[in-house]
Design a protein around this ligand. Structure first.
Ligand code: TYD
Length: 143
């Protein structure tokens, strides 16, 4: 349940035709088996998504078009922001991180690779409960 947010740089296999990025499960970039993928697009201006943490889920977030900002609050209360604005950058989120997605550009397409199937029981959607979880399980911020 320790928490970590890591920026990942993908190396494009570019040539005269353009760019291509290939990601493999169980690799340095995606260090888990990918069981699910979803994407967020056509986001209404001003929308803030997320506002939850996960108990077990690991995710890699990639904004393959446009831009958005990921705000991560760690168990020790530290808040970090990452602007994802290029397809060769990803964000690996592991453990009890309270996250928000905001400031989506009109053309933003945010792809999320996830280590588990969708499971509502894995969500902590209440902030006070999240802080209680962090205390109860003595979560460590690994940044
Ligand atoms: P929600 O948790 O509100 O998304 P976000 O965290 O980005 O704000 O999810 C919106 C809806 O989509 C909600 O009814 C649950 C559903 N959903 C799935 O069915 N499968 C999924 O993999 C995800 C992420 C959401």
């Amino acid at each position: 349940m320790d928490a970590r947010v890591t920026e990942i740089q993908f190396v494009p296999k570019g040539d005269a035709r353009g760019q291509l990025i290939a990601l493999e499960a169980l690799s340095e970039q995606v260090p888990f088996e990918v069981k699910r993928m979803y994407y967020i697009f056509d986001t209404t201006p001003g929308t803030v998504r997320g506002n939850h943490a996960h108990k077990n889920l690991k995710q890699v977030l990639i904004c393959v078009s446009g831009a958005c900002t990921i705000v991560s609050e760690m168990p020790d209360g530290k808040v970090v922001e990452h602007r994802l604005d290029w397809p060769n950058r990803g964000l690996l989120i592991e453990g009890l991180v309270w996250r928000q997605m905001k400031d989506f550009s009109k053309d933003a397409v945010l792809i999320v690779l996830a280590s588990e199937h969708y499971d509502e029981d894995d969500y902590i959607r209440d902030y006070v409960r999240y802080k209680g979880f962090c205390r109860e399980f003595n979560c460590v911020t690994k940044v």
